[in-house]
Design a protein around this ligand. Structure first.
Ligand code: PAF
Length: 290
């Protein structure tokens, strides 16, 4: 595995790989790699000739009161994980190299951001879009891999790639789960044993909603109520949102007659957890999201 710290070097490598006709798979991360990331890397490894992973804690996507300074960083651990999973190039750009001066153009994401997590994080997806435009160009990726736990991010990035004709495919990768169904997250370590058991009910609530739709229920209001009730009955967590929206457009629907997402955010004392399920109008998980 080659460690690349400089943008010019990464551009040179990507250009050579392209000349040789090889495909480049790219996994953008902010480091502190866990199983969610390694599932992206493993899938990338199967599908692309070369795997590039970036680690860059992007200041532009943190709000003024968010945890940019406290965001966990561990380069030694990340290098070992990347190496173990067969990454070819680990790209670790420096913040001054990425953002050397005030930019001439600022990106504002206009759609898919005023719901779910984006509602409480103004400017977050503008920062995500900005860094990805740069990283997609620098790495010249053919495929870029994103975890579906953050399905809103996948929808926003897909929108950007479509709008600006980026010559790459966004590959959504299913959420990795514990045997209880709890979505894996680095934040799960902050949950007490009892909270961890309770938190498994978040996915159970989503599965129950799936069964309602399979049974022919098309009413979003009723489904949201049932998910909310199930989480309240089975956990002490406080619900930030339960939303049912079209996917990937992320618009409200009156009736379920298209692909939808049911997404949830719940605060426990130890951590804030998010999870979601994407379903077609009959309640089945669409092939692209298996
Ligand atoms: O999902 C993340 O870790 C970040 O939002 C990303 C895609 C690496 C952009 O900074």
């Amino acid at each position: 595995m080659q460690i690349v710290r400089n943008i010019t070097d990464m551009e040179g490598i990507a250009s050579e790989l392209k000349k040789s006709g090889k495909t480049i798979g790219f996994v953008p991360t902010m480091g502190y790699l866990h199983e969610g990331h390694t599932s992206l890397i493993d899938q990338c490894k199967k599908e692309a000739d070369y795997v590039v992973v970036s680690i860059f804690v992007n200041p532009l996507q943190f709000g003024p009161n968010e945890d940019f300074d406290r965001y966990p960083r561990d380069e030694q651990h990340d290098t070992a994980v990347a190496q173990e999973h067969g990454v070819d190039y680990l790209f670790l750009p420096d913040v001054h190299d990425m953002y050397p001066q005030k930019t001439n153009i600022e990106l504002t994401v206009k759609r898919r951001t005023d719901v779910l997590c984006g509602k409480n994080r103004p400017g977050h997806f503008d920062g995500v879009a900005t860094v990805l435009v740069k990283l997609f160009h620098i790495t010249r990726a053919d495929y870029a891999y994103f975890g579906l736990k953050d399905a809103q991010q996948v929808a926003v990035v897909q929108g950007m790639v479509d709008d600006f004709n980026f010559p790459l495919s966004i590959i959504p990768v299913p959420t990795v789960r514990e045997s209880s169904g709890l979505a894996k997250s680095s934040r799960n370590v902050y949950l007490s044993k009892s909270e961890r058991n309770q938190a498994a009910h978040i996915f159970k609530a989503l599965q129950q909603a799936q069964h309602f739709i399979i049974d022919g229920n098309k009413n979003p209001v009723m489904i949201i109520e049932e998910v909310t009730k199930f989480i309240k009955q089975n956990t002490d967590g406080s619900i930030e949102y339960v939303e049912l929206l079209s996917y990937p457009e992320l618009e409200r629907v009156d009736e379920i007659n298209q692909q939808i997402i049911i997404a949830v955010a719940v605060h426990f004392e130890g951590a804030r957890l998010i999870d979601n399920i994407i379903l077609d109008k009959n309640g089945n998980i669409p092939e692209a999201y298996f």
